[in-house]
Design a protein around this ligand. Sequence first.
Ligand code: HEM
Length: 353
Amino acid sequence: MEKLREEETPDVMEAFQYTMFCLLVLMCFGERLDEPAVRAIEQAERAWLLYISRKLTVFFFLPAVTKHLFRDRLRVAHALRMRQRELFVPLIHARREYKRLVGEGQAPAKETTFEHSYVDTLLDVTLPEEGNRPLTDDEIVALCSEFLNAGTDTTSTGLQWIMAELVKNPAVQDKLYDEIKATCGAGEGEVSEEKIDAVTMPYLKAVILEGLRKHPPGHFVLPHKAAQDMDVGGYLIPKGTTVNFMVAEMGRDEGTWDKAMEFAPERFLEAGEKLAAVDLYGSKGIKMMPFGVGRRICAGLSIAMLHLEYFVANMVKEFEWKEVAGHEVDFAEKREFTTVMAKPLRPRLVPRN
Ligand code: HEM
């Protein structure tokens, strides 16, 4: 929040990405690291993600041949993985030691160390089909990397689109602020995660759902493969075929959604105030699927929804988000790891207190 206050028209996406990354590093390793340490991990992750998404797809084709033709690419990928290893393994070892001390009842109380972490759960995993062996450090490094990458750009992209819609639709923003004020008060102090869990803010949830419907951060899910021959609507999908889903098209389908390109959170409310039953898991029917559905659904769905609610509630409570001449909101899209705003959001933030 302090960073956002400093500039006249801040580049909010940069702030969202860094904040989300800090939060995920803390959740992952259970340690609140200083800025240089977080930045080093961020750089290593970005370099890895960019390289594998741009240079390693070639190995999907004839791997027996391409692994020789493009062996330099494998060498670079290996070096990038080694850099992650160098940064993550000391944190994983520190966590192993912390867990040992907790087990013996002598863990030191440190303000920067958190009680639970993702690494803790990985250290507890055993593989029954491989003689109950634990995960190796390399496997834990790969899973931590997946955790950090899967949660950062997705959530910060979602946040940017939602805040852009609130800038463009001041009446929606006012209504949301009224709900936050009525349930959490307008005074100083944050809307805590506990508060979000405890109070009912249907309009806040409706705003988040509407943002994810109209602007899903991923326009496709990860590639899936048919495990057996399937008949879908009269079409045969042969076993082994790679399948994907048009996530953005589904959320914008005029046949399913009335005035689909309008930002209208009310569509998720019943009788104008209660949240309508929304099935994000797709167990009763699929009208939108920003997190995928079924067996490979996003592993972070609940935490992502909580983070979005927490950040939107606090940012609207703290500031009025306004459009600025010369930095008009532009909903043009650009494909990166997620689908981001081609022209990043640069609003004026007017403190409410
Ligand atoms: C608004 C935020 C997010 C969106 C829109 C989102 C969306 C998705 C989507 C579409 C998939 C692919 C599902 C499929 O292939 O069927 C996915 C997978 C995944 N997500 Fe998320 N995600 C978000 C946040 C997070 C967060 C915060 C985490 C972790 C803390 C996370 C962890 C994962 C993981 C580990 C997978 C891979 C699951 C697997 O392959 O089995 N995601 N996510």
